[in-house]
Write a protein that binds this ligand. Structure first.
Ligand code: PMP
Length: 399
């Protein structure tokens, strides 16, 4: 095929890329030259890490690293098959049991990621005879999981319980086999917490199934980081909790925890479980060490919250708008995407790594720097972060 013809065929892709750049929406992806820690080496520069979801500092924790190495000596590296054929190792079953115990639920099933856990559970559970009632700001992986079903969709305004009731009434007026209510637990871009107590009550009143994506809640909310269900003391009342092992747990992977029949059904009909291989040996073993650490002590979770309170109070005192966060996620609201990108670039030049987040991850006009606080930060680190935000904020006329 001639070069000219190839250019024509793919011209629309190049146009789309050029548009992103013109609109300041092109993601500038930096790569790290060091392990995930409070400080990182990026492009030869040492910068304070304000971006990772490494809430508890486990991504390079010696206990996780040692456990992964030991497991590789014993079991090799790869699972070499999908779970249902020959890819289920004792490690996977151990981790599923430990996660179920940690969360206080009947059972748990592992997936390759939180994203694939959402893609697995929603279409396996509901189909064309059913309805899904979903928060307007739910995570992309929930949205894509919903798209994989032929269920009717009812979208309620973000955390608006009056609207949830209206949508449930509408759905209940039709003759569905099942109604699934699904929400993020902690909304990852704003850091606000879903009112899961009220959602559960409403769902119960309408006989609906409840599902929460606890990706940013576990390791953060509840006793010792047991998550949003523990935070609201809803044990036994939420049918499905989706979790990720890539954030507070510091590794990679996802899981569905909750009702035993649903978990058993996913082992039979969860497509990412049936048709894609599982987490590797070192991933799985490192996650087992993460559960050990979380069960032994609440120290890391407590440290995370101390750091979050300290930093957020400092930012508000400086005059920054940190939105409506109720968790260690700290959005610094800047408005237009080009300003957020400029802010991020200046922070980086001054030694702070804080990525700009714009459309489509957040709505147009609500671009921000999202600061992710970690238990791995020392008070000096947070002070350096505050000083740098102050300098750049004044320079760019934000404060
Ligand atoms: N759900 C939510 C709410 C998330 O924020 C994320 C990660 N961005 C995921 C699911 C996906 O998790 P993972 O990285 O394990 O695929």
């Amino acid at each position: 095929m001639s070069k000219t013809r190839d250019n024509d065929r793919l011209g629309f892709v190049r146009e789309q890329l050029a548009e992103l750049k013109d609109e300041g929406l092109y993601a500038n992806i930096r790569s790290l030259g060091s392990a995930q820690e409070a400080w990182l080496e990026i492009e030869g520069r040492r910068v304070l890490n304000f971006c990772s979801n490494n809430y508890l500092g486990l991504a390079n924790h010696p206990r996780l690293v040692a456990r992964a190495k030991q497991a590789m000596d014993d079991f090799g590296v790869g699972p070499a098959a999908v779970r249902t054929i020959a890819g289920t190792m004792d490690l996977h079953r151990d981790l599923e049991e430990r996660l179920a115990q940690f969360k206080g639920v009947e059972a748990a099933i592992l997936f390759q990621s939180g994203f694939s856990a959402n893609l697995a559970v929603i279409p396996a559970l509901v189909g064309k005879q059913d309805a899904i009632v979903s928060d307007a700001l739910n995570h992309a992986s929930i949205i894509d999981g919903i798209r994989l079903t032929k269920s009717d969709r009812y979208i309620y305004e973000h955390t608006d319980m009056d609207d949830l009731r209206v949508k449930l009434e509408e759905a209940a007026g039709n003759d569905y086999r099942a109604i699934l209510v699904v929400t993020d637990g902690v909304f990852s871009m704003d850091g606000d917490i879903a009112p899961l107590d009220e959602i559960t009550e409403l769902a119960e009143a309408f006989g609906a199934i409840t599902m929460v994506d606890d990706a940013h809640g576990e390791g953060v909310l509840g006793h010792g980081g047991r998550g949003i269900v523990d935070h609201f003391d809803l044990h036994g009342r939420v049918d499905i909790e989706v979790g990720t092992l890539s954030k507070a747990f510091g590794v990679v992977g996802g899981y569905v925890a909750g009702n035993g029949a649903i978990v058993e059904w996913l082992r039979q009909r969860g497509r990412p479980f049936l048709f894609s291989s599982a987490t590797t040996v070192p991933d799985t073993a490192a996650c087992l060490a993460a559960v050990d650490l979380l069960e032994e002590s609440t120290e890391l979770v407590d440290g995370l919250w101390d750091n979050a309170r300290y930093f957020q109070a400092g930012m508000r005192d400086l005059g920054f708008d940190t939105g409506k966060t109720q968790t260690p996620i700290t959005p610094v609201m800047l408005g237009e995407a080009p300003l957020a990108q400029k802010f991020s670039q200046r922070l980086f030049e001054e030694g702070v790594f804080g990525t700009a987040i714009g459309y489509p991850t957040v709505p147009l006009g609500l671009a921000r720097i999202r600061v992710m606080i970690s238990a791995a930060h020392e008070e000096d680190d947070l002070d350096f972060g505050l000083e740098t935000f102050e300098d750049v904020g004044r320079e760019l006329g934000v404060i």
